[in-house]
Design a protein around this ligand. Structure first.
Ligand code: NAD
Length: 346
């Protein structure tokens, strides 16, 4: 296939580019580098000079996106490009709606006009478990039919983009020019590619596993658990951690399984929850460092337990995660962070 990867310079997008290139696809990554990195784009370009291109642009620039799709005869879009911090979205909601919705529509306009109006035929959207907000106890593990009631502007942008895409897919059906649409709602993505080429380098870093690894490596003085009195076995929040390579597997399976005219949503997580304390203990075991941990009061808006009912993705797509043990997931992240003390050093 000939694939446009939006947000390709980011954490998950760069891993997707690598996997698609390894599988023999032609890949164009597009990214405004607001949160992504030039270094992995240069690395992929030097390893795959014939099948990889990087375009430095905002997705809202419909003309550039359209030209990119047409020039390279692209047929498939994997749409990772978004701002993705829950807390930041509460402080700057307009920036989130503008970027994740308005730029997303700019991208869709280009997809619609591509190939003299024939359009892009396959689209996979990175949605999030944040669209579910704080599900009731009877919805844990979280199935696809769980009510979607996001509690942050970030979650709202993901839910609204899902609806926009569903409406767009219906329009394509009416035009007798159907599209294959897959919505993947990720739970917590973690880990790094095992070749050592790519890893997770967010600034600021807010994800639990890299933050804890930074504490273990002495790159921060300690780390804090927000809330130790939740109604869970050890009092801390429970989350579902899916390895980035397993997550990309789900995209590859969706690309090959969902056919034009179909529109499917899947929750992507391993279906098992780990508490914050369990994750920190895993980081201590993997690193061998007993780094200090501080307990602090709960943060507003944090769901007690969020883990995925992965039945649908396993049965419909045949997805089977390779990483189901938290130590194994942490180990891949630890190896990359150990060998990259300054991340991509940009
Ligand atoms: N990391 C997770 O645990 C997680 C969980 C659920 C969903 N997601 C979703 O997965 C996707 C990728 O997440 P990530 O962790 O790799 O984030 P990331 O910030 O590392 O990557 C996102 C990339 O998109 C780019 N981008 C953002 N807006 C853009 C725009 N308007 N034009 C061009 N480029 C733009 C950024 O520069 C960045 O490189 C996001 O859509 C995110 O919402 C991530």
């Amino acid at each position: 296939m000939r694939i446009l990867v939006t947000g390709g310079a980011g954490y998950i997008g760069s891993h997707a580019c690598l996997r698609l290139l390894q599988d023999g696809h032609f890949v164009v990554a597009i990214d405004n580098l607001d949160r992504g990195h030039q270094t992995p784009m240069d690395m992929l370009g030097s390893v795959y000079p014939d099948s990889f291109r990087f375009v430095h642009s905002d997705l809202g620039n419909t003309k550039i996106v359209l030209d990119t799709i047409n020039i390279h005869s692209l047929d498939t879009v994997l749409h990772f490009g978004a701002l993705a911090y829950v807390g930041e979205s509460v402080e700057q909601p307009l920036m989130y709606y503008k970027n994740n919705i308005a730029s997303g529509i700019g991208l869709l306009d280009a997809c619609d006009q591509a190939h003299n109006g024939a359009g892009i035929s396959r689209f996979i959207f990175s949605s999030s478990c944040a669209t579910f907000g704080d599900p009731s106890d009877d919805m844990i593990p979280v199935p696809e039919h769980c009510p979607q009631t996001p509690t942050s502007p970030y979650g709202s942008t993901k839910l609204q983009m899902e609806q926009i895409l569903i409406d767009y897919a219906k329009k394509r059906e009416l035009d007798n020019n159907p599209i294959a649409l897959t919505i993947l709602r990720y739970f917590n993505v973690a880990g790094a590619d095992t070749s050592g080429l790519l890893g997770e380098d967010h600034s600021p870093e807010t994800h639990l596993i890299p933050v804890a690894i930074n504490a273990a490596l002495g790159r921060r003085t300690s780390m804090t658990i927000f809330g130790t009195d939740y109604p869970t076995p050890d009092g801390t929040n429970i989350r579902d951690y899916v390895h980035v390579d397993d997550l990309i597997d789900a995209h590859v399976l969706a690309m090959n399984t969902i056919s034009v005219g179909q529109c499917e949503a899947f929750n992507i997580g391993i279906g098992k929850g780990y508490s914050v304390r369990e994750v920190l203990e895993a980081v201590r075991r993997v690193s061998g460092v007993d780094f200090p941990i501080q307990d602090a009061p709960r943060r507003a808006g944090d769901a007690v337990a969020l883990f995925c009912d992965s039945h649908k993705v396993r049965t419909v797509l045949g997805w089977e995660p390779r990483y189901t043990d938290i130590d194994a997931i942490v180990s891949t992240a630890y190896s990359w962070m150990l060998s990259h003390p300054d991340g991509y050093a940009e």
